[in-house]
Write a protein that binds this ligand. Structure first.
Ligand SMILES: Nc1nc2c(ncn2[C@@H]2O[C@H](COP(=O)(O)OP(=O)(O)OP(=O)(O)O)[C@@H](O)[C@H]2O)c(=O)[nH]1
Ligand SMILES: [Mg+2]
Length: 198
């Protein structure tokens, strides 16, 4: 996909307007969010491999993993958010995730959902959608959902939620290319809308 109207690089680079931080120096920041144990870290490890840096969130001992790399001609920065069931500011993890999403304004959210536990996971999904940041769902642990015989109608879910859903098996590196492609695509589309001040 070419998301570059009229050849004006400045106009389309994501979140280039003052104060918007989804993209710094042309880098698309992709926040990986989701419930504890949904497979966020496995997914980031599988995508980033040795490019992964592990540190801590400022001032706390909660682990922060991030990775920067080129993908499809764009520079991507993946950030692994602490696992949370909601964005209510009650636990340290929830506060960190919430503050990051609200103040750092990533260009895209990858919402990692445990396909074996949809009902519980979708609560956070709805809260994330309210932030109005472009979002793509990684319907992860899809192998277990299949082996348990769950019939998940992803087309219907996409229609109901209005977001792209990509089944993934992070442990087997399945679906990850489609996921990244989709994330970059939606980040760029959203920016086109912002860039044209609609
Ligand atoms: N079967 C299966 N297991 C998975 C998949 N993805 C992750 N797992 C397993 O799920 C468990 C949790 O994975 P993590 O990557 O640690 O989950 P997380 O979301 O980072 O967890 P927190 O950091 O605690 O929020 C691990 O045992 C993984 O091996 C998958 O697609 N299929
Ligand atoms: Mg983790």
């Amino acid at each position: 996909m070419s998301a570059k109207p009229g050849g004006n690089e400045k106009q389309w680079a994501p979140f280039n307007k003052e104060g918007e931080q989804g993209s710094k120096n042309g880098t698309i920041t992709v926040a990986v969010s989701g419930n504890p144990n949904s497979g966020k870290s496995t997914l980031i490890n599988a995508i980033a491999g040795t490019r992964l840096h592990v540190g801590n969130w400022p001032g706390v001992t909660v682990e922060r993993r991030e990775a920067e790399f080129e993908y499809g001609g764009r520079r991507i920065k993946l950030v692994d958010l602490p696992g949370t069931y909601s964005l209510s500011p009650y636990t340290q993890e929830e506060t960190l995730a919430r503050e990051y999403l609200i103040h750092e304004k990533p260009g895209v959210i990858i919402d990692v959902v445990d396909a074996t536990n949809l009902e519980r996971n979708l609560y956070l999904t709805i809260q994330l959608m309210e932030l109005e940041i472009p979002m793509v769902m990684a319907l992860n642990i899809y192998d277990e959902a299949e082996s348990k015989g769950y019939a998940i109608n992803t087309d219907m879910m996409e229609e109901m939620l209005g977001i792209k859903i990509i089944p993934t098996i992070a442990t087997k590196k399945k679906g990850l290319d489609a996921l990244l492609e989709s994330g970059v695509y939606w980040g760029q589309i959203f920016n086109l809308v912002l860039g044209s001040n609609l």
